[in-house]
Design a protein around this ligand. Structure first.
Ligand code: PGA
Length: 251
């Protein structure tokens, strides 16, 4: 099963509007040169409209960093799928570790957000990952299994065609500590087997599983050479056109 590589930049709470549009234009040029893979940026909500307008007609994918579970209502501070679709946004990250650990989002909330995306025709990237304490206690696989089972609750096999998974070990995010390619591959293979148990083998084989956590120009090639690593979710190294360009052009 050939899975199309997927390189996504998560800009977190960085870049003002002008800076964001400028970087998005540079990344759009990168994506135009990388037709055999998907390239996405996830800027802050305040830059989404301008970036969609500035990169219209390019093959750059644009995603939000989170998404509401309802389409509208009294939900102060939330942004819904129809609002995102209206701008031309087609993707959303859900369950990023910073949402889970800094803002208290649990698996049930993440699952609701995932359904909010799917019901609103937005393609979700579901992030899962263990903390250092989980790993040291030998709980990596139980934690991941719970995050996947509860995060994907009531998601049908048909809907899984629109879901991307991202494995982001919390201890590797923004720390400069990347999981070794063997550690990452071991977890990706585990996640794919879990999907095969929850759905069917052919569905599991088609789902793209991205790795995230200190992905850099100098480790991307090794990571992408692993059979179950289909792409990367990049934080810090996505904020500079040059380093993200090198990552997107992995060989
Ligand atoms: P990082 O962030 O590449 O800066 O470690 C990854 C992420 O949080 O998605």
């Amino acid at each position: 099963m050939e899975r199309r590589p997927f390189i996504a930049g998560n800009w977190k709470m960085y870049l003002t509007l002008g800076e964001a549009v400028q970087l998005a234009q540079a990344v759009a040029a990168t994506s135009a040169a990388c037709m055999d893979r998907d390239v996405m940026v996830a800027p802050s909500f305040t830059s989404l409209a301008a970036i969609c307008a500035a990169t219209q007609g390019s093959n750059l994918l644009v995603g939000a960093q989170n998404i509401a579970w309802e389409s509208e209502g009294a939900f102060t501070g939330e942004i819904s799928a129809p609002m995102l679709k209206d701008l031309g946004v087609e993707w959303a990250i859900v369950g990023h570790s910073e949402r889970r650990h800094i803002f208290g989002e649990n698996n049930a909330m993440v699952n609701r957000r995932l359904h909010g995306a799917l019901n609103g025709s937005i393609q979700p990237i579901l992030c899962v990952g263990e903390t250092l304490a989980d790993r040291e206690a030998g709980n990596t696989f139980t934690v991941l299994e719970n995050q996947v089972r509860e995060g994907l609750a009531a998601v049908t096999g048909q809907q899984m065609a629109r879901v991307t998974l991202a494995y982001e070990p919390v201890w590797a995010i923004g720390t400069g500590k990347t999981a070794s390619k063997e550690q990452a591959q071991e977890v990706h293979a585990f996640l794919r087997q879990l999907l095969a148990n929850l759905y069917e083998k052919n569905i599991a084989e088609a789902v793209r599983i991205l790795y995230g956590g200190s992905v850099k120009p100098d480790n991307i090639d090794d990571l992408m050479a692993q059979p179950d690593i289909d792409g990367a979710l990049v934080g810090g190294a996505a904020l500079k056109a040059e380093s993200f360009d090198r990552i997107a052009r992995f060989t």
